[in-house]
Design a binder for this molecule. Structure first.
Ligand code: GAR
Length: 218
């Protein structure tokens, strides 16, 4: 059935939304038993919002500007992030969200959200964590000279890109690779493992034990 699963997911995305599209496609194909109940973006022109509308899902732009601070004081910056996340949390509650899915969401998530959704916020990152957390990681993988790269789906905790790992997929690094060709090869795998990880959650098969995530057999 199209998007009729009882797990109500919110996808938070800042850009292109190809991972969101993979999730929508899996829902429409019936391989992901969830309802896309909300797409929220901090960018008004994020293509992700249009992808949501096409699927018939609520698409919300939440401007971060009113919450931004010019201060360089880390405490004030953190307070501004938390204020934004309180508004995000209100929207998530309004839509009765059970799982929050970060997909190219280029903001640091604070404890305001993390404590409200313990082990119920996932992120996808285009490296084999714990190698290469942060930004521009495909270039960092090339610069380091690794032979294998990949992607990671993990639960979100306070430390950026540090949460318990749910699924990973590896790809080879080829001699002629640029950051773009490597990113494209990794993205193919992202689109496979993200819907799969969400489906595991929908089936109640994910169990966080310390840093490890055990996946129940069917
Ligand atoms: C993806 O490669 C995702 O792994 C990465 O941003 C891209 C978003 O693409 N996320 C991060 O780097 C998070 N640290 P998409 O908008 O097409 O899904």
């Amino acid at each position: 059935m199209r998007g009729a699963g009882s797990l109500r997911i919110a996808v938070l995305a800042s850009g292109r939304g190809s991972n969101l599209q993979a999730i929508i496609d899996a829902i429409e194909a019936g391989t992901l038993d969830a309802t896309l109940a909300l797409v929220l973006s901090n960018k008004s022109d994020a293509p992700a919002l249009e992808r949501a509308r096409k699927h018939g899902a609520p698409a919300v732009f939440l401007d971060a500007k009113p919450f931004s601070t010019k201060s360089s004081d880390p405490k004030e910056k953190q307070a501004a992030r938390e204020a934004y996340d309180r508004t995000v949390l209100d929207v998530l509650k309004q839509h009765d969200i059970g799982l929050v899915v970060l997909a190219g969401y280029m903001r640091i998530v604070t404890t305001v959200l993390i404590n409200a959704y313990p082990n119920r916020i996932m992120n996808i990152h285009p490296s084999l964590l714990p190698s290469f957390p942060g930004l521009e990681v495909q270039q960092k993988a090339l610069d380091w000279g690794v032979k294998v790269a990949g992607c990671t789906v993990h639960f979100v905790t306070e430390g950026v890109d540090e949460g318990p790992i749910i699924l990973q997929a590896a790809v080879p690094v080829l001699d002629g690779d640029t950051a773009e060709t490597l990113a494209a090869r990794i993205l193919v795998e992202e689109h496979k493992i993200y819907p799969r990880a969400i489906q595991f959650h929908a089936e109640g098969r994910l169990h966080v034990e310390g840093r490890r995530v055990r996946i129940d057999d069917r």
